[in-house]
Design a protein around this ligand. Structure first.
Ligand SMILES: NC(=O)c1ccc[n+]([C@@H]2O[C@H](COP(=O)([O-])OP(=O)(O)OC[C@H]3O[C@@H](n4cnc5c(N)ncnc54)[C@H](O)[C@@H]3O)[C@@H](O)[C@H]2O)c1
Length: 337
């Protein structure tokens, strides 16, 4: 059974590729490497001891996609490829709309042309906007605060229309909460280019001395210590949910939505303190103004995924800190080490 992985050189896609290979699937990976490194693909091959085809293809090239679908008979597609930096999406929305939306439309068009109709899509908790209560259920109203989030919401709507148009489409939308951590080998992990946009890579770069201190955006939220609360989930737990989603697609039709989170909220200071306790390294930080668009508390109800996908996150916040640090210390300059 061959699965096409788009964006498979990226943070989550590379971990998903390992999980797919270890679960016995054949895999073909494409990535244009705009936010990743070919070294990630080499390491996935080395970790699993399995060779698989990789193509430096761009979802914006319909011709490349056609060539791919002519060569392979895919059972399903796991679609991770996309641009994901919120700040950049505000500065250059054209690139975000074009890449994420046109890329997904190209992908679905070629899938349709070649009779491949099973899709697992990487959506985000950002589609819930600023929820009025927590935990967040899949049925909550949707709203977004930035162009990145809007591309996710538009793609979700597009995929709902697509499944409504023809029952041959089987789609799972996975709304990720805050993936952190790394493969326990320390060989693959999150490798941001330039200044990290996400909290954990920033913490690990401070810990290793690449950055002076962490900025904590706001300590006057209505939370137990005033800093924002998020649902951090280990990337390996997250990608395991994708395997369950693939199995689910075998026996379902239409479209289904699942939160992938732990159901547990931790604050920014909780994460810093846990990281320090696990690594015995102090993380200097300063409290600065709130960041526009940030919300106070965001954590999932993972009940639906537990009940229907039979999936549940297993790793603790300490595991997430340990594995993120193990990746950072073994690869001080990411894949360019
Ligand atoms: N990491 C998170 O916190 C998070 C949270 C929610 C949702 N997501 C979504 O999950 C997916 C994977 O995220 P990630 O953290 O692994 O990001 P990532 O940037 O590490 O991986 C995305 C990959 O897609 C590739 N890519 C981008 N545009 C492409 C195109 N047009 N053609 C081919 N390849 C292209 C990039 O080179 C990169 O390797 C993304 O869709 C992201 O929006 C991520």
């Amino acid at each position: 059974m061959t699965i096409l992985v788009t964006g498979g050189a990226g943070f989550i896609g590379s971990h998903a590729t390992v999980e797919l290979l270890e679960s016995g699937y054949d895999v073909v990976v494409i990535d244009n490497l705009v936010n990743s490194d070919i070294e990630a693909i080499k390491r996935v091959k080395e970790l699993t001891g399995i060779d698989f085809p990789f193509y430096q293809y761009d979802l914006l090239s319909y011709k490349q996609l056609q060539k791919l679908f002519k060569t392979y008979k895919f059972e399903a597609v796991m679609h991770f490829a996309g641009l994901k930096a919120v700040g950049e999406s505000i500065e250059i929305p054209i690139n975000y709309y074009h890449n994420n939306i046109t890329g997904t439309i190209n992908l679905c068009r070629v899938m349709d042309e070649y009779g491949v109709n099973k899709l697992v899509f990487s959506s985000s908790a950002t589609v819930y906007g600023n929820p009025s209560t927590v935990p967040i259920y899949e049925t909550f109203p949707l709203s977004v605060t930035n162009p990145y989030g809007r591309t996710k919401l538009i793609i979700e709507e597009f995929l709902k229309d697509l499944s409504a148009s023809n029952p041959k489409w089987r789609v799972v939308l996975l709304r990720y909460f805050n993936p952190i951590g790394a493969h326990e080998s320390g060989r693959i992990g999150e490798d941001p280019k330039g200044i990290p946009n996400n909290l954990m890579p920033y913490i690990t770069q401070v810990a290793i001395g690449k950055r002076d201190k962490l900025k904590v955006f706001g300590n006057d939220y209505n939370t137990h210590d005033g800093t924002g609360v998020r649902d951090f989930i280990h990337v390996v737990d997250l990608v395991k949910g994708h395997i369950n989603a693939l199995n689910f697609l075998e026996k379902t039709i239409g479209i289904e939505i699942f939160n992938l989170g732990t159901g547990q909220g931790y604050s920014v200071l909780d994460l810093i303190n846990t990281f320090s306790s696990v690594t015995s390294i102090d993380i200097p930080y300063e409290i600065v103004e709130r960041r526009p668009g940030d919300i106070a508390i965001c954590y999932a109800s993972p009940d639906k995924a537990k009940k229907i996908l039979k999936w549940e996150a297993e790793k603790s916040l300490r595991d997430m800190c340990k594995d993120s640090w193990n990746w950072q210390i073994n690869n001080p300059n990411g894949y360019r080490s």
